[in-house]
Design a protein around this ligand. Structure first.
Ligand code: ADE
Length: 247
């Protein structure tokens, strides 16, 4: 997959994109990321990229001529959808990450300050994404979040593909708790069932704990998801246990 990122702050991306799993994905040619400096497409002598808003108000607005010159140049190499990162976009989630991971290429446009001229959005942007209901100083961190969430879904990027299947949200539940050695640490024991070697009991325990954490932290997810008979039964047990706990 090819991803081009258009930004006024290309220096923000280096370490994040070149480290760890994203770095390895690029080294293995599963992913290629190209970061472009929008300012490089400014033509006036001050290389200005923004101007005051028509109608007044605070802040500066990204100029259409500069941003569009950058987008059109990048489109010569990358025919993918142009996605603008903005708090006004539709909220990013795992389902959106899964659908974007199927694309061959994507272009991510990062805004700054008060935003970008609406004509850029009307004429050159295909989709708008927010990473949550809070306002950041620019689209750079959101672009990194989106790239990371997509990249790990590309086949071969995670060493162990199974680990993406067990993720939180993949089956509509938060992930169950994980433990590793030692089996006792400062008086805290790993649940006995995980040491039992009984795969069926372990599967059941994990499902029950996934239901427990989803019920307590994200009951909204449970409302959205049909439950199997086994899950309904385990959820009943969890509810009773949680009631006892509170007494
Ligand atoms: N730019 C500023 N805040 C943002 C957010 N929450 N999501 C995406 N882009 C943004």
């Amino acid at each position: 997959m090819r991803i081009d990122i258009l930004t006024l702050f290309p220096g923000m991306f280096g370490e994040v994109l070149d480290s760890s799993i994203l770095g390895r994905a690029q080294a293995n040619n599963l992913l290629s990321i190209h970061v472009w400096n929008i300012r490089g497409f400014a033509e006036d002598k001050h290389r200005s990229v923004d101007d005051i808003p028509y109608g007044g108000g605070p802040g500066m607005v990204m100029k259409p001529d500069v941003a569009v010159a950058c987008i059109e140049h990048v489109k010569e190499f990358n025919p993918g959808k142009v996605i603008y990162l903005t708090p006004q976009g539709t909220v990013f989630d795992q389902a959106k990450a899964e659908s974007l991971a199927k694309e061959q290429s994507l272009v991510l446009l990062c805004g700054h300050y008060e935003g970008i001229d609406q004509r850029i959005r009307d004429g050159w942007v295909d989709d708008e994404i927010s990473i949550g209901d809070y306002v950041l100083t620019g689209g750079e961190l959101p672009a990194m979040v989106v790239v990371d969430a997509i990249a790990r879904l590309i086949p071969g990027v995670l060493g162990d593909q199974a680990s993406a299947c067990e993720d939180s949200f993949v089956n509509g539940l938060l992930e169950y708790p994980q433990y590793t050695r030692p089996s006792q640490y400062r008086g805290r024991k790993v649940p006995q069932v995980l040491l039992s070697g009984n795969h069926e009991l372990i599967r059941k325990w994990r499902l029950k704990e996934a239901l427990r954490i989803t019920l307590t932290r994200r009951p909204d997810l449970l409302k959205k998801r049909p439950l199997t008979e086994e899950e309904q039964h385990l959820l009943q047990e969890v509810m009773l246990e949680e009631c006892d706990e509170r007494r």
